[in-house]
Design a protein around this ligand. Structure first.
Ligand code: C2E
Ligand code: MG
Ligand code: MG
Ligand code: MG
Length: 277
């Protein structure tokens, strides 16, 4: 009896797996031409400075408007792009678009505070080694000041390959581009990386921020990250600020920058431009 059930289970799982693989292959196929068909676009989430409440930049986030499935989140397709290698053509397109849009912001805010744009880069983009050249081209083609561009990398992109990663990041920083470590605190060896990998900022993962008002441990960790980063001369950004109380406590603890739904959702570039006025 058990054997029969086992066999059936196996068959069931194997069919489910086949379907998952099939969906993935299909998605990859559709993603291949998505940029050229205009289905992919960037939205921008504002980043605020806690000391004075001023908007100082924005993070570029990719969106896929699929003709049948509607809006697909990056958590679904970035993985596909990464594993298929598509990210190597998509990445430079994202970079160039973000730089071009940020030049527009600068013009819209001619007299105001300079704005940065922050672009996510996946592990494969870093490993390919093309990143410094692709960044240099985007800056040259659009005319964006290098120090207005921030590159966000997750800890997983640098773990295990610190020497290579450090060399690439040093090249970027030599241009004047700033490097931020994203989802900080979720990896295992977060703090020790900061000694070997040159970064300008860390973004505290939103899982810490989520409970910062209720869980004393999360508040202690967040406060420690802020103190540690500042002692190393590193900027601290909090992500996932969804309530006023979180904003207030981060500000009190000396966090530099923040983003989150309470401050602003990601919006199209057109909408973002109206926020600047
Ligand atoms: P991330 O870089 O950590 O981006 C922050 C994510 O948190 C975004 O999700 C954003 O919409 C979401 N978020 C912002 N504020 C809040 C908040 O207050 N509460 C909550 N619950 N969420 C908030 P999104 O846009 O779905 O992006 C997911 C991930 O996909 C990003 O995480 C990033 O790792 C990746 N990604 C997005 N765009 C790109 C891209 O152009 N290239 C690459 N390589 N990866 C990208
Ligand atoms: Mg990010
Ligand atoms: Mg993040
Ligand atoms: Mg994240």
């Amino acid at each position: 009896q058990a054997k029969v059930a086992g066999k059936n289970c196996y068959r069931f799982y194997s069919r489910a797996m086949d379907q998952a693989v099939e969906r993935r292959v299909h998605l990859e196929h559709e993603l291949r031409g998505a940029w050229d068909r205009g289905e992919l676009s960037l939205v921008y989430q504002p980043v605020y400075r806690l000391a004075d409440g001023l908007m100082v930049g924005a993070e570029a986030l990719l969106r896929w408007q699929h003709p049948q499935q509607g809006l697909i989140a990056p958590s679904v397709f970035i993985d596909v792009a990464e594993q298929s290698g598509l990210i190597e053509t998509l990445g430079p397109q994202v970079l160039r678009t973000a730089c071009r849009d940020a030049v527009g912001w600068q013009e819209a805010r001619a007299s105001g505070e300079p704005m940065f744009v922050s672009v996510n880069v996946s592990p494969r983009q870093l490993r390919s080694g093309d990143l410094p050249q692709s960044v240099a081209e985007s800056l040259a083609d659009t005319g964006l000041d290098a120090n207005r561009l921030h590159i966000e990398l997750t800890e997983t992109a640098v773990i295990g390959d610190e020497v290579h990663a450090s060399a690439l990041l040093s090249q970027l920083r030599a241009f004047g581009v700033k490097v931020w470590l994203d989802d900080f605190g979720t990896g295992f060896s977060g703090l020790s990386h900061l000694r070997r990998v040159p970064v300008d900022g860390v973004k505290i993962d939103r899982s810490f921020i989520a409970d910062v008002l209720r869980d004393p441990d999360d508040l202690a960790l967040t406060t420690a990250i802020i103190a540690m980063a500042h002692s190393l001369g590193i900027t601290v950004v909090a992500e996932g600020v969804e309530r006023e109380g979180q904003y207030a406590i981060l500000r009190e603890r000396g966090c530099d920058l923040a983003q989150g739904y309470w401050l602003g959702h990601p919006v199209s570039n057109d909408e973002f431009m109206t926020l600047l006025h």
